[in-house]
Write a protein that binds this ligand. Structure first.
Ligand code: CA
Ligand code: CA
Ligand code: CA
Length: 627
């Protein structure tokens, strides 16, 4: 995970060993610093120059404050971002984020590094506080509207504080004029506060829930009940006062009753930290699992459940919840789905995609769930909305069991990489259902010995003689001729021409004797096989278009025994489908024959059912040129 290297770091955090260097020079912070020290000059960042290319907007940034745990974290890995200490200013004041203390530059430096990571300050526009919190910490943010917050809101906040989560709260504004307006209770509208504590006191046998809030200005405090010098404190014992560190200091920090807090503040933003961002000795932490994946047009970009025909092709992640929460019936977990690098692409006109996810009860078997499953089963839970934000995250509580998560874009055929993170209260096991390849082919049919031939078979032998000619062997050219003649007559196939290359591939698959031609027994096996392939094609060409769409292909492949990984399916579509994501019979045969050929070669070469083979370069090239 990354650490900000600026002129005035707030805390001496060690640089994590696996931080990846992002500076174009390929040098790390240490190397760059060494270079500057030797040359006796201050560091000047050429990757992010102090001019308009890095700036370009004049309004106040939507990132009103910065938290105290630096990091630049993007998509689940820490990056080491090096910046210089030149900041955009106007009339001697920082244009962007600044803290109350004018000598406190670290927050501005932090923002600069964040802007650099995203290309420019302009790219930050339209981002939310929540996004900034996540990028600085690597955590997952949640937003609670206090009016709609769950029953156990107080407990949720209590757990969050124990886990070292960052908590902010604010009051909404209806228009720009209300920004930073002061209420009669001393609270500032449209201003980001920090929640720093939660506690309870006994007042005449009644438990009062309290919350401690901090105004980052370091002054201007709440003046209602339980504020610094309010009379409520007189009804509390000295021990309680001491425990709550109650002191009437005008330091921006104050207590208020949780009830009042809910009435006055509109929103609580909570940033759940991953264990690697927390101190070693933190007692309470989330268990976190990360899955990286992609939606690729034609193979895994299936869109949401409204699109039943393609929804099932989305990536699927299986989640096993085994342990209940402490004293609870269910298992609490958070699912955060993030689309990657869209903000950087904004410069080039890429908008955020609308994304979300659904959670299904697992039917108890492994492997990618198919269309019929989704036709007949409703989801148990979903992300609150499908929305065009960088990240969609929600909190769930489900009974122990096995579930399947399906992340998707709203519309099908939209492409992006994504990162899905699961934060669970207790350890949970999750794994990708699309990473495995499983091939289950029937034994190749054995040719019948000539003496058992039926009359029909004898007729077939006559056909073979006509095709093969005098040498009684069928070459690729002869095969091309006869197949084109036969298939031309099929009305249900959109058929142009079977290519010579397909015929060569077919011969390579069927030629058991290894002479590059098909003799009668080989041709026989092939002819049966051809019937199966054509049946497969017509059966899975569901919309009767005469061509096979990439989605129809996926079902057809599965029916013929090929369970392929998402990656492999993406590759096949790229190689065999046309621009409209369609395969004609020739593409289809080519693809199927190669797949079967490769699978059979693998099966023949592997030792004792092991799932790998050893090849040297000569054997490998030989093999690929022959498949
Ligand atoms: Ca105070
Ligand atoms: Ca042969
Ligand atoms: Ca079709």
């Amino acid at each position: 995970m990354p650490y900000l290297h600026g002129a005035a770091g707030p805390q001496a955090h060690p640089v994590p060993k696996d931080a990846r260097t992002t500076h174009s020079s390929g040098q790390s912070f240490e190397q760059l610093r060494q270079g500057c020290l030797q040359a006796g000059r201050l560091f000047e960042d050429m990757d992010f120059p102090a001019d308009n290319t890095s700036l370009f907007y004049s309004e106040r940034p939507p990132v009103p404050f910065v938290w105290k745990r630096p990091g630049f974290w993007q998509h689940s890995e820490w990056l080491d971002v090096v910046i210089d200490d030149r900041l955009p200013t106007f009339r001697g004041r920082l244009v962007f984020l600044h803290s109350a203390d004018h000598n406190e530059f670290w927050s501005a430096l932090l923002e600069k590094a964040y802007a650099k990571l995203n290309g420019s300050y302009e790219a930050l526009k339209g981002g939310s506080t929540v996004e900034a919190m996540e990028d600085f910490t690597g955590g997952v943010a949640e937003t609670f509207l206090t009016r709609e917050a769950p029953q156990d809101f107080y407990a949720i906040l209590g757990k969050a504080l124990k886990r070292g989560s960052l908590l902010g709260c604010s009051m909404d504004i209806r228009n720009a004029a209300e920004s930073e307006a002061r209420t009669p209770f001393g609270l500032i509208k449209g201003h980001a506060y920090t929640v720093t504590g939660l506690d309870q006191v006994d007042v005449r046998g009644q438990k009062i829930e309290l919350i401690r809030v901090r105004n980052p200005w370091g002054q201007v405090e709440w003046n209602g009940p339980w504020s610094d010098s309010s009379p409520e404190w007189q009804s509390v014992g000295l021990a309680d006062q001491k425990r709550l560190c109650h002191a009437a200091l005008d330091d921006g920090e104050f207590w208020m009753a949780f009830e009042d807090f809910r009435a006055h503040f509109d929103k609580v933003e909570l940033c759940n930290l991953t264990p690697d961002a927390l101190q070693e000795d933190a007692l309470h932490r989330w268990e976190v699992a990360v899955h990286q994946g992609s939606w690729v047009r034609g193979s895994t970009a299936g869109g949401c459940r409204n699109f039943l025909d393609t929804f099932w092709t989305n990536p699927q992640i299986k989640l096993s919840l085994t342990e209940k929460d402490e004293g609870q019936e269910g298992c609490t977990f958070l699912v955060a789905l993030m689309q990657k690098d869209r903000r950087k692409l904004k410069r080039f006109g890429a908008d955020m995609l609308t994304i979300g996810y659904a959670i299904y009860q697992s039917p108890g078997r492994d492997g990618h769930l198919d269309k019929d499953f989704f036709r007949y089963h409703a989801s148990l839970a979903r992300s609150r909305t499908f929305i065009n934000l960088r990240e969609v995250s929600d909190r769930f509580r489900l009974p122990p069991g096995e579930y399947v998560l399906v992340p998707s874009t709203f519309e099908p055929h939209q492409e992006a990489d994504f990162c899905l993170r699961i934060f669970s209260e207790k350890k949970a096991i999750s794994r990708d259902l699309d990473g495995t390849v499983d091939i289950d082919l029937p034994e190749p049919p054995q040719p019948t010995p000539p003496e058992q031939e039926t009359e029909e078979e004898q007729q077939f032998r006559a056909l073979f003689r006509r095709v093969a000619g005098e040498d009684m062997e069928v070459t690729a050219e002869e095969l091309e001729y006869v197949l084109n003649a036969v298939l031309q007559k099929r009305k249900d196939l959109k058929f142009k021409k079977l290519s010579l290359i397909s015929c060569r591939n077919i011969i390579s698959l069927m030629d058991t004797s290894g002479n590059g031609k098909l003799e009668f027994s080989e041709f026989r096996v092939f002819w049966d096989k051809l019937k199966q392939w054509i049946n497969l094609f017509t059966e899975f060409d569901v919309d009767r278009s005469g061509t096979m769409s990439s989605y129809e292909l996926r079902t057809a492949l599965r029916a013929s025994g090929f369970q392929l990984s998402s990656r492999l399916l993406q590759l096949i579509v790229l190689r065999y489908a046309d621009e409209g994501l369609q395969l004609d019979l020739d593409d289809f045969l080519n693809c199927l024959v190669r797949l079967e050929n490769a699978s059979r070669v693998f099966q023949a070469l592997r030792m004792k059912n092991q799932d790998f083979i050893h090849l040297n370069i000569n054997e490998f090239i030989n093999l690929t040129m022959n498949i």
